[in-house]
Write a protein that binds this ligand. Structure first.
Ligand code: FES
Ligand code: FES
Length: 158
């Protein structure tokens, strides 16, 4: 079956690509665009490892077909990280040991950034609730909540 041509914005650049209709966005980003920071865990929309931003909203890239990105603005962890938007959050993750294997970390960072945009000073319970769809098999979550809370406090007092 032939591919379909899509045109979209990827991390600030206009991209034209031909994709197979059944390819999901996470595979497309990793295999065709070389953006391997979008991780794949469950491929069922459960774990959050594949979290990206589409038109500013967080989306599970394993639940979206690549062809559905046509005309959209797609941001992956690479683009969001390069923009500097996450620098303080990334520092806090390092300081608080909020990652071990790092498999969940791109998704955690994008999801945490969204929370802090929506609610600049969330409670620990709100952080846990917001990140409840992002699974981590290493840290036990405490350090991740610490890192997000630390970032919120630093931004408030900056
Ligand atoms: S790989 Fe997409 S939610 Fe798990
Ligand atoms: S740091 Fe390993 S899954 Fe979260």
């Amino acid at each position: 079956m032939g591919g379909l041509t899509i045109i979209f914005t990827l991390n600030g650049e206009t991209v034209t690509e031909t994709v197979e209709p059944r390819t999901h966005l996470a595979d497309f980003l990793r295999d065709q665009m070389g953006l391997t920071g979008t991780h794949i865990g469950c491929e069922h929309g459960v774990c959050g490892a594949c979290t990206v931003r589409i038109d500013g909203d967080i989306v599970r890239a394993c639940l979206m077909l690549a062809v559905q990105a046509d005309g959209c603005t797609v941001e992956t962890i690479e683009g969001v990280s390069d923009s500097g938007e996450l620098a303080d959050l990334q520092s806090a993750f390092r300081e608080r040991n909020a990652l071990q294997c790092g498999y969940c970390t791109p998704g955690m960072l994008i999801a945490s950034a969204e929370l802090l945009k929506r609610d600049p000073v969330p409670t620990r319970e709100e952080i846990r609730s917001h990140l409840s769809g992002n699974y981590c098999r290493c840290t036990g979550y405490q350090a991740i909540v610490d890192a997000v809370e630390t970032t919120a406090i630093r931004r408030k007092t900056a």
